[in-house]
Structures are given as structure tokens and as C-alpha cells.
Design a protein around this ligand. Sequence first.
Ligand code: 5AD
Ligand code: SF4
Length: 471
Amino acid sequence: MNPVFSKPQAAEGPPAEDLDLRRVARAQGAGEKSLYVETYGCQMNERDTDALATLMAAHGYRVTEKPEDADLLFLNTCSVREKAEHKTWSDLGRLRLIKNEKPQVRIAVLGCVAQQMGEDMVRRNSFVDLVIGTHNVHAIPDMLEERERTGKPVIRADFHSEEQKIFRPAEILASGRVAAFVNIMVGCDHKCTYCIVPQTRGPEISRKPEDILAEVRQLAEQGVREVTLLGQNVNSYGKQWAEQGPDFGQLVLEVAKIPEIWRVRFTTPHPVNVGESLYRAFAECEKLQSHLHLPVQSGSDKILRRMKREYGVDRYREVVRRIRAARPGIALTTDIIVGFPGETDEDFEATIALMKEVEYDSAYSFIYSPRPETAALRLSEAVPPELARERLARLQLLQEEMSARAAKALEGNTQEILVEGRSRRRDEEVCGRTGGNWLVNFPGRPEWTGRRVPVRITKGLPHTLRGEALA
Ligand code: 5AD
Ligand code: SF4
């Protein structure tokens, strides 16, 4: 039996009318009211923004790029680091000015800051109308209705255990996109001591495979050719049904069987949960693109222990070795935190040494930012901010050199590019990504969007490539 369809049993699904995409699409074009969304943070938030736009389209709202024209203003927030959270407060100040001019406008806050603050959000900002927790995007229309009926702010920040609620709407409008995100699980059961995500996104819950495949098929019907499977910890997908359903690697293979989907990506895996099924997927599945984002956070065993990452450097090396054996030439990227409490010069040098050993194509690097109610707050030996900044600068310089080297190595190669649309900088150019996730700009016509084009790489810059189409 096909494992993907075997278990778990379907819970009660969303009402059939919710699945009528055409109705949603019609409403989107014809909507008289408009909404504006500001989105910060990770791809999870981007997906939530897509979900809310789709949901509200069915209620007659279209998306506008101009906040001053909108009836509804959404702020989709991130709290992973203090700097991201601060954006919420400055943006709310801006949106408030719009509401001062037009009191009938409604302001809604969603994302991780909304989840974390709940009621406090309106206590501190009385002009906020809706506070939408991370499991409550599906409830936005009801919440709006309640706001109008009661004249009071509405707050929903409870976690649900039924995935039908969390992942609704099941169908997302692709809106002309060629590449789309698909949620496969939410939450995280790890307890990294610096991380606020388990608080803001709740425990791990996997979405039923048949719902994921249905969403991918719907996206494919709308012209999507590349999907990125999304979750905080994708390779513990299916943990809740153990042997009774597909694990992550099997899910990738099932998604790849959909003929109109040419490319599959995913993010983010945890080094501890990478196992045989993912190695097999990289070895067997051509549609799985040659890129792995594998957050390492530190190259020091002592710091990894303090972070409660549940692996040491040797385990991480082993994962890299196995992945490279399964898929030679795969592009590796990572996340690194510097200045974690207790990080000595020696620990930092170990991170630098590991980076050189792995030769990442790129890395996101951050200075440790203390977050409310996380275990790391209790750790001693804070690193002075000046020293943390110095370390970050040195690490980023090294990464720039490695990225430049990786880009140079691609010069002269021919890569298949899935054209995603016009390039941002020049009208006569289009852009798309290599299998290794490098952005390539090259002369071409917008009609090529959605096609696969062989492109010779002519120039490798540290963050992007330039090329010329061969066909
Ligand atoms: N401080 C700094 N960086 C953090 N990250 C998560 N929490 C923190 C924090 N408190 C980084 C990690 C993670 C990425 C998404 O953000 O590197 O992988
Ligand atoms: Fe945060 Fe760690 Fe979970 Fe990633 S694995 S979301 S860093 S707790």
C-alpha cells in the first residue's frame, strides 16, 4: 500500500465551500475592500500571509501595496531576535497614524509577537483591533465579525491540536507565482536554550499527507512548478504517527511524483533528525534540488551543549559527509549564532574552523539576542557586545570570501534555471534559481516565466550570478 495514504485517519475536513478555489479567485479580483500586509521574519510568516490573503479574498478583500488606501492593516510579526520585535513597535506607530486619520480602519497583529503577547498587545496598544495567534489565522473572518459586533478588540492566541484548523485554508492562491511554500508541519519539540519559537509556534504537529498533496496539486494547477516544503523542523515530520504514515523523506518522494511539479525544496531540517530517509531522498529523487540549509549554530561542542542542540560537531560532520555522498556537489548553507553566553575565543575559533571545513555557499549569522522566558537567560558569562560584534564581522568576512569562491566556481557552467519572472533591477532581464538556490539574473523575456531555461553562468558575484540563456 502506498504509505502516504495509509495513516493517519482523516479528521473532519474543512467545509467543502472552503475548498472552492474558483470562488476565492473570483472574489479576489472583484473585491471592493482592500487589505495591506507587512510581513517580517521567516518563510512560515510568508506562508501565513499567503493564507490570510487567500482567506480574505473569499470575503471580498483584495491586497493593496498602499497602507493608506487599505480598510484592513495587518502586521505579521517576528520575535526571534530583539531587533525583529522592535520593528513591530515602530510599524504599529506608523499604522496608528493612518487609523487616526481614518477611524474605520482596522489594525490586526499576527505572527510570533502577537502569540507571545496575547492580551498585553491591546493593553499596551489600545488602537489594535485583532490579535491573531499563530494557530488562529483560519479564524480571522470570524474575529473581524466579532470586532464589528462587539466594538471591542478580539484576541485569540490559543494553540489547537487539530491540524485542520492550524493549516486552513488548505488551498493557497498562487497569484501567478512559479515557486510557492507549502506548510507540512508547525511547531518545534526541541528546546534550544536561546530560542523563543517553541513558545510562539507551539509543539510539533504534522499536517496530513493527503492534505499536503492536495495543496501541491492545486498549486500545480495554477502554474506553480517548484514547491518548498516548510516547517520548523521538517525532518521530524510524521513523528506523531511513527511507522503508520510517511516520514519526511517519503513525503518528499510523494510530492515529487506530481508530474507538473519539477522542483522540490524544503526548510528547515535539524541535524539531529536527519536520517536514512533523507539521504535516500537525495540519492534517488532528481526533483529534490541540490541545496541543504543545515543550521549549525556553533562549531564548539561546549557551546552546542549550552545551547541544548542535542548534537556535537562530530555528528554534524557525519550528516554533511552522508549528504555529500548521497548528492555530490550539493550546496550547503547554515545559521550561526555568535556571542552566546560562555563563548570564549577558543569556542569562536572552533566555529571559524568548522565553517572553513564545510565551505558553506552562504550563512546567516547573528549576535545572540536574549529572548523572554528562554533558558539561556539563566546562563552566566555574557559576551561583551563589542566583542560579539567583532566576532560577527570576522565571521561574515570569511563567509563573503567563501561565497565569492563558490560563485566563481560556477562561472562557465550551464545550469537549468526555472524562470520566476522579471529581475528586480533591470526590465530586460529575468531571474530564477539554480538547483543550489543561487539567484541568477540574465537577459530574457517575461514570457519565459514558468519555463526551464539552460543558462550559462557568465559572472559569479558573492550573492548572485549573472548568465546568458542558451535556448
Ligand atoms: N539570538 C540570535 N539568533 C537566534 N536565532 C534564533 N534565536 C536566536 C536568538 N535568541 C537564529 C538561529 C536560527 C535562526 C532562524 O535564527 O540561528 O537558526
Ligand atoms: Fe528554535 Fe531549536 Fe526549535 Fe529551531 S530547533 S525552532 S532553533 S528550538
